[in-house]
Design a protein around this ligand. Structure first.
Ligand SMILES: [Fe+2]
Ligand SMILES: [Fe+2]
Length: 163
């Protein structure tokens, strides 16, 4: 089956998100090194938070339940969900913080490290197990893609309302 989207399958789509977020964290570090303006850092941090929120939501709503069912390893999915909860707490903290706060950069970097760890586990454990499970990863990419676009549009609309 040829998918009407630019991804091989569900894992490919999710890992493309991981790479995009990693790039944004690297850019954030570069802004810190360059002593960039607070506003530029705040905008990028907000983009990171938004991308991670959407990514976590499509995994929790669509991907994780399918993996839980097909792989049958509840502990693996439970741990991933716990890590999402921890990341969400950090995201909420960043969104409430003043970007000029002394601890702001450190909190964004701490989120980046937590995400690095989480992504590594997804890649080396969950995605690998999903590939060997009776799971149609190609077909699963479509609802992930559609839900991601829907959530992104909703988040953008909310941002416009507040700015
Ligand atoms: Fe995840
Ligand atoms: Fe992920």
């Amino acid at each position: 089956m040829t998918l009407p989207i630019a991804y091989e399958d569900a894992v490919d789509l999710l890992d493309a998100d991981h790479k995009a977020v990693k790039k944004m964290f690297i850019d954030y570090n570069a802004l810190c090194d360059d002593e960039a303006a607070v506003q530029a850092k705040r905008e990028l941090a907000e983009k990171i938070c938004q991308a991670l929120t959407v990514h976590a939501q499509i995994e929790e709503e669509i991907f994780y339940p399918k993996v839980r069912e097909a792989v049958g390893d509840d502990a693996l999915v439970d741990e991933a969900e716990e890590e999402h909860a921890e990341a969400k707490a950090m995201i909420a903290l960043i969104q409430e913080m003043d970007a000029g706060d002394d601890a702001y950069d450190a909190t964004v970097k701490q989120l980046g490290e937590a995400i690095d760890h989480h992504v590594l586990e997804e890649r080396e454990q969950m995605f690998l197990q999903a590939r060997y499970a009776p799971l149609d990863l190609k077909t699963l990419a479509v609802p992930l893609f559609n839900r991601k676009n829907q959530l992104k549009k909703a988040a953008q609309a909310r941002r416009k309302e507040t700015t």
